[in-house]
Design a protein around this ligand. Structure first.
Ligand SMILES: C[S@@+](CC[C@H](N)C(=O)[O-])C[C@H]1O[C@@H](n2cnc3c(N)ncnc32)[C@H](O)[C@@H]1O
Length: 211
């Protein structure tokens, strides 16, 4: 899985969807304190924006090609309890093998606030399309599931926000190298959420605070 991500590293560094947006602005505005951990940093967009706000940031990602400060999985963070004021992860948990364990780890290493953003579950057709386009897609979750994960990790959910993201379908397919018959099937599966050459999903952003 990590090697797949290493091959995609440049595509995620330059991806317009990942580099900016109201979602990223709000996430960064919710960060607190002086130190932050960006888990599943990918192209490093959360870390970059937090550094611009003056945070001392450590990045973590299991894919060596992402060039993170620490090569590790979210499910097993090599940091002490409450090591960072802010712990964030953005548009990545749908790739985590064990999301509940990962959220427990985010909560464990956070001193003040945990910020989680991910793609919201739409329906099974979209799940099938996501997996076909990217075999590292595990699952997207509903708002109720997300609230449950944070609460089970001992976090109080203080705020929840939603953002619609409109994707250029061909760019989105190209980012994971999905072509030919598989790309055709993905287009079919997304027909109900597509308009022209675009499709739209929703991101959920949650702010959790350790009890
Ligand atoms: C879409 S990219 C992240 C985007 C980035 N956070 C941003 O805001 O632009 C997904 C990342 O999740 C990482 N990843 C996949 N499985 C993971 C896991 N179990 N733990 C931590 N990171 C993981 C991949 O290596 C990849 O860099």
């Amino acid at each position: 899985m990590s090697d797949v991500w290493t091959e995609r590293a440049e595509a995620y560094r330059t991806s317009a969807t990942h580099a900016s947006g109201d979602d990223l602005d709000l996430l960064v505005s919710w960060a607190e304190g002086e130190t932050a951990l960006d888990v599943a940093t990918g192209g490093g967009h959360v870390a970059r924006r937090l550094r611009e706000r003056g945070f001392r940031v450590v990045t973590a990602d299991p894919a060596p090609g992402m060039g993170a400060d620490t090569t590790c999985f979210a499910e097993d963070l090599p940091f002490a309890d409450r090591a960072f004021d802010t712990v964030a992860t953005r548009i990545a948990p749908h790739h985590f093998a064990d999301v509940e364990r990962a959220v427990a780890e985010l909560a464990r290493v956070a001193g003040r606030v945990v910020l989680v953003e991910d793609t919201l579950y739409t329906d099974e057709r979209v799940e099938e399309a996501e997996k076909l386009r990217d075999p590292t897609h595990v699952r997207s979750y509903t708002e109720a599931e997300w609230r449950g994960f944070l609460e089970a990790a001992g976090l109080v959910v203080e705020e929840v926000a939603f953002f619609e993201k409109r994707h250029d379908l061909e760019d989105w397919l190209a980012r994971t190298g999905c072509t030919g018959a598989e790309a055709g099937r993905v287009r079919e599966l997304l027909a109900h959420v597509a308009d022209g050459g675009h499709w739209t999903d929703t991101k959920i952003l949650l702010r959790g605070r350790p009890r």
